[in-house]
Design a protein around this ligand. Structure first.
Ligand code: ADP
Ligand code: MG
Length: 360
C-alpha cells in the first residue's frame, strides 16, 4: 500500500508544526523520518494515522494507495502503531496483548477464537517470542516488550505500520539489535513502514529512504547514501554526522581557505564573499610535512585510538577545532604526539553558500 501526503500543514494555536509537507512512500518501502526534536515528525505521523487533522486547505490530501482517506478515522485506515513508551496492557499476557486487536473486532469481522490464537502465535514466532506467550509485560525486558508491541500492531494486518521512536527508550546495545531485527523482519513481510527517529545512525542503517525534517518542513528525501554523501543543505550535512566547518573567503572569483585556493563551488556566484566548507572527520588526512598540496597547519590536542578508527583532535592555526578520523593503520604509521604541528588536508569537501544571516 503506497502512502502519500500532499500539501499538509498543521498549526497549533499560532505555532506552525508542519508547513506544506509533500511526501510519497511507495508500497512496501521502509522510510525513516529523521529530524531534531520539535521538527514535526510525530505530528506528521499522527496525521498519516488519522489521529490528528491537518489544517483545512483544499489542496491537502492524504492518499492510501491513491485513495483520499481524509474523511476516514483512525480505525478505518487500518494502521499499526508502535510508540516509544510501550503501551502494552499490563494485566494481559503476551498472547492476550497480541490477540487484542482481533478480539475487539465486530462479531461479523472477527476470526474464530482458534484462528485468533493461531495468528497471534504465528506473530509471536515472527518476533521470536513464541516461548513467552504466557508471560506478563512486567516479566519482559524493554526490547522484548517492544517486539510484543510490534506483533500486536501487526496482528490487525495493517496497511501501513507507523513507528514513533519505538526503540528510543532502550539502551544502545538493545537498540542496535532491534534495529537489525526490524530490517530483517521488514524484508520478510514488506509492509509499508514509516519509522520516526532522531537518531541518524538508526535512520541511515534501517531505511530504504530517509526523509530529513527540519523546522516543520522536509529538507531532503533520498537513499541513506544520497543524504549522507550528497546533502542538499548545511542542515542535512550537519545533522547526519560529525562535521568540520571552515570559513572560506571569496575574492576575484576564487574561493580561499586561509591561503589555500579552492575550486569555486557549483552554483556560487563570484559576487558572494564567503562560503562554508564542510568536511567530515574521515574525509581529512594528516600529513607530517607540507607537501605542496592544499593543507591547513594545526596542532594535535587529543588522540583517542579506542575504536575502529583513531579520533584526533586538533587546533587549527586560525583557532578552529578540527576533528580527524584516521584508519588505525594510518594512525599507527604517523606516530602522532600531542602538541606537535601537522598539516590537515581535505580529501573531499562540500561548499555551501552561507545563509544570508551568516554573510560577511
Ligand atoms: P517531533 O516529533 O519532531 O519532536 P512534534 O511533531 O512532536 O515534533 O512537534 C512539533 C512541534 O509542534 C513542537 O514544537 C511541539 O511542541 C508542537 N506540538 C505538537 N503537538 C502539539 C499540540 N497538541 N499542541 C500544541 N503544540 C504541539
Ligand atoms: Mg516526536
Amino acid at each position: 500500500m503506497s502512502l502519500e501526503v500532499q500539501h499538509v500543514s498543521k498549526t497549533f494555536g499560532n505555532y506552525q508544526a508542519l508547513r506544506d509537507v509533500n511526501l510519497k512512500i511507495e508500497d512496501g518501502e521502509l522510510i525513516t523520518l529523521l529530524g531534531p526534536s520539535g521538527s514535526g515528525k510525530t505530528t506528521l505521523l499522527r496525521i498519516m494515522a488519522g489521529l490528528e487533522e491537518p489544517d483545512r486547505n483544499p489542496e491537502t490530501k492524504i492518499l492510501f494507495h491513491g485513495f483520499d482517506v481524509a474523511t476516514q478515522g483512525v480505525g478505518e485506515r487500518q494502521v499499526g502503531f508502535v510508540f516509544q513508551h510501550y503501551a502494552l496492557f499490563r494485566h494481559m499476557s503476551v498472547l492476550e496483548n497480541v490477540s487484542f486487536g482481533l478480539k475487539v473486532r465486530p462479531r461479523a469481522e472477527r476470526p474464530s477464537n482458534s484462528e485468533i490464537r493461531e495468528r497471534a502465535m504465528k506473530l509471536l514466532k515472527l518476533v521470536q517470542l513464541d516461548g513467552f506467550a504466557g508471560r506478563y509485560p512486567v516479566q519482559l525486558s524493554g526490547g522484548q516488550r517492544q517486539r510484543v508491541a510490534l506483533a500486536r500492531a501487526l496482528a490487525i494486518e495493517p496497511k501501513v505500520l507507523l513507528l514513533d521512536e519505538p526503540f528510543g527508550a532502550l539502551d544502545a546495545k538493545v537498540r542496535q539489535g532491534l534495529r537489525d531485527w526490524l530490517r530483517r523482519l521488514h524484508d520478510e513481510i514488506h509492509v509499508t513502514t514509516v519509522l520516526v527517529t532522531h537518531d541518524q545512525e538508526e535512520a541511515l542503517e534501517v531505511a530504504d529512504r530517509v526523509v530529513v525534517m527540519n523546522k516543520a518542513t522536509v529538507e531532503q528525501v533520498g537513499s541513506p547514501e544520497q543524504v549522507f554523501h550528497h546533502p542538499s543543505s548545511e542542515f542535512v550535512m550537519d545533522f547526519l554526522g560529525r562535521t568540520n566547518v571552515f570559513h572560506a573567503r571569496i575574492a576575484n572569483g576564487q574561493a580561499w581557505l586561509n591561503d589555500m585556493p579552492l575550486e569555486m563551488p557549483v552554483g556560487m556566484t563570484s559576487k558572494a564573499h564567503a562560503a562554508h566548507i564542510y568536511v567530515r572527520p574521515h574525509e581529512l588526512d594528516i600529513e607530517r610535512h607540507a607537501n605542496g598540496q592544499p593543507a591547513l597547519p594545526a596542532s594535535v590536542t587529543r588522540i583517542n585510538p579506542a575504536g575502529a578508527i583513531a579520533k584526533i583532535g586538533l587546533l587549527g592555526s586560525d583557532g578552529a577545532d578540527i576533528q580527524v578520523d584516521l584508519p588505525l593503520e594510518r594512525f599507527e604509521s604517523l606516530r602522532l604526539i600531542v602538541g606537535e604541528t601537522v598539516y590537515v588536508s581535505p580529501k573531499k569537501m562540500r561548499v555551501f553558500a552561507p545563509e544570508p544571516e551568516y554573510a560577511i
